[in-house]
Design a protein around this ligand. Structure first.
Ligand code: HEC
Length: 123
């Protein structure tokens, strides 16, 4: 009996750990990067992902929980911008590669997205 309840508690902790662990606490981002990123995002990403990050009829919301850092790490953003994305999570179609952004600019965009995710929370 005792042993069984230990196991049950252990399982509960495991499950709770997974739930908490899937939402990483996002660190506050460098305000200068965030500001630069906001402009770049508006110019290059908002057309599909929305100026408020909440998506449009052409692309998904970056506040969706699937874009939290554990599921889509910063590298996924750089990869998406450089190579485009084949539609796999949604029905908006493919994302084309986005021309004319260097890695530093993408870094600023990521800082902006992470800051909005941190402040607004996920959907
Ligand atoms: C022409 C429309 C369009 C533009 C412009 C656009 N995206 Fe996307 N993006 C999409 C669509 C559509 C998807 C969803 C694909 C899918 O079904 O998973 C997507 C997905 C993504 C993903 C998820 C990648 C993955 O691995 O699942 C990231 C990150 C992303 N976009 C970042 C950006 C950034 C940053 C910019 C601006 C530099 C940008 N996008 C501009 C349409 C766009």
């Amino acid at each position: 009996m005792k042993r069984a309840s230990f196991v049950a508690v252990g399982l509960l902790l495991l499950v709770a750990g997974c739930v908490v662990g899937s939402e990483v606490a996002i660190e506050p981002q460098d305000p200068e990067l965030v500001e630069a990123g906001a402009e770049l995002y508006a110019a290059h990403c908002a057309e599909c992902h929305g100026s408020d990050l909440q998506g449009t009829d052409q692309g998904p919301s970056h506040l969706s929980i699937i874009y939290e850092p554990n599921h889509h790490a910063d590298g996924a953003f750089l990869f998406a911008v450089q190579n485009g994305v084949r539609a796999h999570h949604w029905d908006f179609g493919d994302m084309p590669p986005i021309e004319g952004l260097n890695p530093e600019e993408v870094e600023a965009i990521i800082a902006f997205v992470r800051e909005r995710q941190r402040v607004e929370g996920f959907e």
